[in-house]
Design a protein around this ligand. Sequence first.
Ligand SMILES: Nc1ncnc2c1ncn2[C@@H]1O[C@H](COP(=O)(O)OP(=O)(O)OP(=O)(O)O)[C@@H](O)[C@H]1O
Length: 261
Amino acid sequence: MSDGDISISNLEKVYDDGAEKTKAIEDLSFDIDSGEFVGVVGPSGCGKSSLLYLIAGFLETTDGTISVDGEPIDGPGTDRGVVFQDYALFPWRTVMENVTYGLEEQGVSKEERRSTAQRYIDMMDLGGFEDRYPKELSGGMKQRVAIARTLAYDPKILLMDEPFGALDQPLRESLQDQLLDIWRDLEKTVVFITHDVEEAVYLSERVMIMTRRPGTKKTVVPFDLDRSLDREEIITSDKFVTTKNSVWKSLREETQPEVQP
Ligand SMILES: Nc1ncnc2c1ncn2[C@@H]1O[C@H](COP(=O)(O)OP(=O)(O)OP(=O)(O)O)[C@@H](O)[C@H]1O
């Protein structure tokens, strides 16, 4: 049985605010298998966030379809969880109350909510911080709360929009490794947007490079890193370096200003 696969077919997104139309995405087709980790990179403004929010069901497509497990999506659903760069926590709720939020919405009993939330709080190394408020936490901790909150309602698909973009390098690295552990243990499908080519290659099994706006799939680079190795061995391996260079070159073609004749 498929569980968390995504099929995107001839997707188009045009924003129309009445005065102006902006075509953000044009004729994008792409399939993601259940349990796969896919990185998405592309020039600024090429439609990466739009793509993610279309998959999330926050935005309506202008044309084309997005299906999850063969069913066209119809708005947001608990089969898909979104993690934003700016955490989007509820400031008036404690860590525990933030993490139980989705379960409250699902009508889960208080006892079960707390035990489920505790599992993900512990998984994200937040034990002892259950009663803290977001303003009392560092950026890395806030993002761990946001991830725990999303995992708590057990979506099959994690949609991540530059989730580590605001964090410094050591924190980014530790959250990247934590995310890889979660992905392996919980077998989620992950779509991960980033500006950072190294991050995309380190985390993913395939990277989709988008063209400049209107964004579409330029190319997809698949690779197979030896995940039994540690970070340093991976990022210095020939396969990693070659893959990173090929993604970088492809991206650069899209970000360089067009050559005038
Ligand atoms: N609500 C909106 N109304 C009008 N235009 C929009 C809206 N949201 C996004 N756009 C435009 O659509 C295009 C794609 O935006 P989007 O945020 O999806 O790109 P992005 O690749 O995620 O950008 P970045 O890398 O800078 O975050 C941009 O030109 C943007 O200005």
